[in-house]
Design a binder for this molecule. Sequence first.
Ligand code: FAD
Length: 395
Amino acid sequence: SRIPRIVILGAGYGGIVTAIGLQKELNYNEADVTLVNKHDYHFITTHLHMPAAGTDNPENARIEISKLIDEFKIDFVKSTVVQIRPYDKKIILEDSTLSYDYLVIGLGGEPETFGIPGLKEYALNIRSINSVRLIREHIEYQFARFKQEPHRTDFLTFVVGGAGFTGIEFVGELADRIPELCREFDVDPALVHIYNVEAAPTALPGFDADLVEYAMQVLAKKGVTFKIATAIKEVTVDGVILSDGETIRSSTVVWTGGIRGNRMVEEAGFDTKRGRIVVDSTLRTKDFENVYVVGDCSIVLNEEGKPYPPTAQIATQQGEIAAYNLVAAIRNTPMKDFKFINRGIIASLGKGEAIGVVGTKKLKGFIAAMLKKVVEIRYLYKIGGIPLVIKKGRL
Ligand code: FAD
């Protein structure tokens, strides 16, 4: 019989771990595996707040896909997916078409704008290598512009929308970067303002109140002004309009306020919630038993029936189970149920500072920051072994 064809869409955390799992497990000629990704590199999304602020080089956040997969076992196709056709078992790429017997969707998320006017047009996003390079260059350019027009303090005002995980990690780095930029551009640090605006009643939802308090104190000391329980009502060319009536004049708005699934999966006709596909315990879609979904594109419910937050941690664990279950499907052996194991979560607050919860232990300060590094290095080891740790681990 014909060799089954597996197509994996996206080489993010979920997709790359699925691909690596398949290449380890499958025997010669057991399946044809194709991995499709927009770029020829995988990027460490959890690290992007640093190159966005300019405290690290974007090169450190990306890894060539050819270094991670064995090209004798997996075909890599660098292309953009434009349409998923589950009824025809076809994927339309920008430049060709692929057919599959089994599909893995790992295309990641998109910024959720909640319909806030101007957000799409005027705000920057921390989503990819390209988007963070833009933020870094944009920030530097505002300092350069200010030297030409010294009355324009809005060039030195930075608004970050969202005080969730990404927003907090980014303001921590930005606050670390500002003194360096002030020296480089001969700017009085007192003229620079960083605002972190959050509509929810607290920053960092999901963390205990005492850790949130600690995080906000650390960041306030570095110069961040918080506006919690305040919504951004509109973004304009001149800045942001807030729900309390205040207007902040700013030439830089970075939006981290939410993630939704990929629009393409909605258009494909899957059962979705905010663009994320509801999967069963084996990570397959309800309507197509040959389609698996991993990462930010999927929704997995916890024991209380609430969706787990989309993280790299869950995407990685899903990738392992998706690979296992694909092999099981091909060999006609029993599948495994996916169960999320929470290994803890750590949010960085800039250099040498972080907060975290691991098991029942709450961590803060230097220890948490060290642990964050350990987690990152563990991931590098998992996907690329010692050579990758040495190359990208920044030890
Ligand atoms: P992604 O990693 O987003 O990858 C999707 C891939 O698909 C990308 O390679 C993309 O180029 C590709 N792609 C997209 N569209 C197309 C297309 N049309 N055609 C072809 N290819 C396409 N999570 C944690 O667990 N811990 C953390 O500390 C943490 N920190 C974070 C910090 C920041 C600044 C951010 C932004 C996120 C953080 N997260 C963290 C969340 C985590 O990064 C995401 O949940 C995770 O990346 C989701 O993985 P994924 O596999 O779904 O997709």
